[in-house]
Design a protein around this ligand. Sequence first.
Ligand code: TH1
Length: 799
Amino acid sequence: MKLSTEQFKHDFEERLTSKFAIELAKAGAQEKYGALSSVVKNYYSSIWAADNHYKDESNKKQAYYFSIEFLPGKMLKSNLLNLGILDTVREGLSDLGIDLDEIALEEPDMAIGNGGLGRLASCFMDSAASTGLPLNGNGIRYRYGLFKQKIVDGFQVELPDSWLDNGNPWEVRRYDKAVEVCFGGEVWLEDDGEGHFIPHYQNQERVLAVPYDTPMVGFENTTVNNMCLWRSEVPKDLDLRFQNLEYMNQTAMLSSELYPNDSDYNGQLLRLKQEYFFVSAGLQRILHHYKATKQAPITHISDFISVHINDTHPALCVAEFMRLLIDEYRITWERAWNITVKVMSYTNHTILSEALEKWPEEMVKSLLPRLYQIIIEIDRRRTAELLPKVGAKLVHSTRIVKDGQIHMAHLAIIGSHSTNGVAKLHSDLLKDVELHDFYLIYPERFNNKTNGIADRRWSQIANEPLSKVLDETIGKKWRSDLKELKLLESYKEDDATLQRLQEAKYEDKVKLAKLIEERNGIVVNPTALFDVQVKRLHAYKRQLLNVFHIMKLYFEIKENPTADRTARVHIFGAKAAPGYHYAKAIIKCINEIARLINNDPDIGDQLKVVFLENYNVSLAEVIIPAANVGEQISLASKEASGTSNMKFMLNGALTIGTLDGANIEIFEAAGYENGFVFGLTKDEVYDYYKNSNYNSRDIYEQNPLVHRILDAFVDGTIPNISAEGQQIFDSLTTYNDEYFVLRDFNDYVRAQEALEKCYQDQKAWTQAALMNIANAGHFSSDRTIREYADDIWHIKAKK
Ligand code: TH1
């Protein structure tokens, strides 16, 4: 949009007075943020309304992304950037003596997600709007987002994230679009005399679902999509029988808290309720909207809408859509089923067994009696139809209802026309191993969509120094088309460009160093090698491997404190699920190791270890640009894709990583010579499983370095970790090291040594960094979302 600095200043000052009855000189940061966000909202509101109108009128197909998590982070700068007024506003504020970056800090991170899954959903929201694709989000408006992490005496402590305390300027409450969602009670079917069975209900618990719409503003275009988040409330005309505190509390709880588990399933009733709550509300709203805006009969709905099931959490979509079509719209089972399969599509994000949702039949039956009937019937009909075609073995292994449990992934695959994985390796594993039997029955449904990132946030917003170098080297087209970064390759031998890239990185490192000093009181040298691992704390991600290598460095320096070495700073950011004791033990150990190393005068500047508490999107925006090395060291086959790997690449960090998830595609794109690969391959891992011939104790006994490092966890070398150190020690010796940390240790050390050697040649290093940046174009989520739009949803971009 067009906006002059003068106009902006006028709008801003006027809003400050009208909203807070205060003049600029007296306004605090909170008020300045309130006024600024309100002005910005005003700028996009007419575009939003116009685009809604266009969508209704144009009759074009729209897609809906159902996700139990979103992780947008802060919205202010991204809205400014996408409206094309970031520089104008920055300048206008500066004229008024205000620093945009300072007021931006007032916005709480919107953290209604745990990690990669929710962040991917938000990258998709940004990219869809920015590529003009009609894709809307559907989720839950959690009152409390992901907990805030504090580190107290080295331990993780969780505090509530009460992110709505000062209001949320972006959302619009749409009470007139509220719907009811019902739980429990009894259901029976009665013949209506025309061959249709009508369900009758009694004793159901009713919940009002109220939608809050948040606009997703596209980058320099006229598309504004909607992220709809549902809040649970008590219906105004509540039946007397339900008017008690227990029910009121239960109802409020539904949208109260995000479950803090990443890649993990914990089968609690409230979670199942949350899943049905946003699924039912979302589908009802879609159908109401269809009826209100489309002339076509409901049987044509698959020409107008697509519903995407993001991991299995919204898999009830299949059964709920069937219910609505059959019970509410009186469509026959066969037709309803054909429509449902056409409308639904599903993404699998993990093969970890602890993350695969299976709900006890009894639980589903009592909480969702009608859906239970429908699920049983889907399973029954499919079994009858397929038995003669594919045989009992395949039918049995792929059944939805088995051993008293409802398999949500099975429901999602069977009830949709597309199942995709999130990186090539992961999608191949789905086809060849984990979902092989489904692949045999429905080969045409399987496909891959390698993840991507909202590159504008991770470069233009997060890394201004680098963005400036890019503008001045290859022009500005990369800002709207990341593939343009390829042009950078021709500057690989240009010393001036390499020099400028180094300067930009240095500037980012100084900024992070400042933050580390402020937050942790640790002084780090920005010329040191910054080696970063930021992601959820999980055993399969193997933060321990990183920690063991740090211990090796520590021992070496202690033995020879005056040797000439590359100074290193190891930076961690990671939250552990509150009930995941092993992960929390690792956090405690990292912090105690940091304390030990950072306070040892022998070590000095040669090695520092920093654990930054409360890792979240906005912290990532400071950490990732400053990294020289990104750690992507999960056990091969375990990380479905990973997405921080792509953010590091885009910011010119080199990857040290295993052949896992999207790392493989990153190494292929950037060139294997521009990264550091190590570790078991997925085939080697699967061979170990097949032959059950891994013995970690042997490695402990036979490798003196491993022995020494492990002993440090239990012999007092690392102080204050007696219980935690023992737990880790035992997991790797007595319990056979589930994620092959010891098996991969030597090779990891080799890769780290190669990396360090490369870093000593700053020119060669910067050339490798340049090759990473130049080839990051493929990992824009603009590319990913176009693939979903073309291959799965069949939706078209607004020109
Ligand atoms: C993550 C995967 O672990 C990660 O590899 C991938 O890049 C990301 O999804 C996006 O595709 C997952 N997060 C969750 C969270 C829950 C359940 C399963 C997964 S998989 C709650």
